[in-house]
Write a protein that binds this ligand. Structure first.
Ligand code: SF4
Length: 465
């Protein structure tokens, strides 16, 4: 398939190494570290009510966080709870049911949902009976559109017989499989033993059941990984030809993420080796016909993500890149982040706090943020750079009613510096990311992040490489 509007990508290791600094991935702007405690539940309820009067027919996205994992991968930076006790999920579902009821009372008519994502933790930690219960609960409270995209994160090691078929029968049609690396020595070093045959069998089972856009997650920079192990992993993965591949950089932050303390620093690849792995992975994927979508994501040209990129309709949300227009998102479960209109609202991160709020008949929200007009404008600029690789200044000014040169005067100074470095061009009224700059798009996007510039952000973000 010919994708004529996609900016090509050129891997420039020197340029990437020069700009290797930490920065947000912009699954939201402002980033979640900016959220503050306060009257967030009221702001969220107000936003839901305005939504009903202003855009009653607009479909929603739903996200459900399922936090349990029965073993811990040492590289993990997710919000999860390690347990082998499946009955803990029964109690969690009891509370999810009550949370859904609390949200549902805000709607006069049953809301329509066009996207559902189950994330974690490990969604497939649930037994089939628990999964059936969860999906029935959601269907009892929300109406799913005929073409709804329903996706789930799969851990092949924890997939019950019949679970994929059960979810397919409930309309699940997308899945993402956690892999990271196929090398047994690397798998042992990160405490995630997952035979390649198992991963392949799950992928094929998903295909057989009609799941589309099947994604595989890989990570580079793990302990015991090398260019050779990466080459071997890629060779096998490419034989399987998943529709999408996410290639994440491992960020070693043991002071923040306890499991990472189990990783021997001496086993981590040096920065030059890590960069070599990235180069190998990128060139191998491009040579194999994958399209670079942006940030960490690749897709086959016929996949809807690549088509969306070509058509200029690509979106970015909490799950990464997406094809559907920017829907309001209701997120359920511990630590989940919702966005309704200009309001972000995050649930308690600690399970007992989440349960305690629901016991008091309260929405279990703890932090959030009401976006200002300035936040919305900057969010749009960052979105355009990460999803379209450009900002067309006249279009931007018409949409947002600002004089770009005046409004973004300090940012344009940084853009000029990025231009000298070859990351962007600014001509004919368009800021465009260059082919060499595509891997560094988030560095360019950071120029528009006011919170970062004013150093009000205290979060430690991952590095580019
Ligand atoms: S990487 Fe996934 S499966 Fe492993 S501990 Fe983290 S959330 Fe659980």
């Amino acid at each position: 398939m010919q994708l004529s509007h996609v900016t090509p990508v050129e891997f420039d290791p020197d340029l990437i190494a020069r700009h290797d600094r930490s920065g947000p991935r912009y699954t939201s702007y402002p980033t979640a570290d900016r959220f503050v405690e306060g009257p967030v539940a009221q702001q969220y309820v107000d936003a839901l009510q305005s939504r009903q009067s202003e855009r009653p027919g607009a479909a929603l996205s739903l996200y459900v966080h399922l936090p349990f994992c029965d073993t811990v991968c040492y590289y993990c930076a997710c919000n999860k709870i390690a347990t082998k006790d499946r009955s803990r999920a029964d109690r969690y579902l009891d509370y999810l049911e009550r949370e859904i009821a609390l949200v549902r009372t805000q709607f006069k008519v049953q809301p329509e949902v066009s996207q559902l994502h189950l994330g974690g933790g490990t969604p497939t930690f649930l037994t089939n009976a628990q999964m059936e219960r969860l999906l029935s609960m959601l269907k009892a409270s929300f109406t799913f559109t005929h073409s709804a995209e329903c996706s789930v994160e799969i851990d092949p090691r924890r997939l019950n017989d019949g679970a994929l078929a059960l979810m397919a029968a409930h309309g699940f049609n997308r899945m993402s499989i956690g892999v990271q690396d196929l090398d047994p020595v690397v798998q042992k070093a990160v405490n995630r033993i997952q035979p390649p045959e198992l991963t392949h069998a799950v992928l094929e089972q998903g295909r057989g059941l009609g799941y589309q856009s099947i994604n595989l997650d890989l990570i580079y920079g793990l302990p015991k990984q090398s260019v050779q192990t990466m080459q071997a992993t890629l060779t096998t993965v490419l034989q399987w030809r998943p529709d999408r591949i996410a290639l994440y950089s491992y960020a070693h932050l043991p002071e923040r993420f306890m499991p990472q303390r189990r990783i021997e620093v001496a086993d981590l690849p040096m920065p030059a080796e890590k960069l070599a792995m990235l180069k190998l992975a990128v060139t191998t994927l491009l040579d194999a016909g994958y399209v670079y979508i942006g940030m960490d994501h690749f897709a086959l040209p016929e996949d809807e993500l690549a088509i969306s990129l070509d058509q200029g309709t690509l979106q970015r949300n909490f799950q990464g890149y997406a094809t559907q227009a920017d829907c309001d998102l209701i997120a359920l479960g511990v630590s989940a982040i919702s966005r309704i209109g200009n309001v972000y609202a995050q649930n308690h991160r600690v399970l007992d706090d989440y349960y305690a709020a629901i016991d008091q008949q309260q929405l279990p929200l703890v932090k959030g943020l009401v976006m200002t007009q300035d936040d919305l404008i900057r969010r749009a600029a960052i979105h355009d750079l990460l999803c379209q690789s450009k900002i067309v200044l006249a279009d931007f000014e018409a949409t947002w009613g600002v004089d770009f040169a005046q409004y973004f005067a300090p940012e344009l100074v940084q853009i000029a510096a990025h231009q000298v470095d070859g990351l962007v061009t600014l001509k004919d009224g368009v800021i465009a990311i260059t082919p060499r700059g595509r891997f560094l798009a988030r560095i360019v996007a950071m120029s528009f992040d006011r919170h970062l510039r004013e150093a009000r952000s205290t979060a430690k973000f991952s590095r580019v490489i």
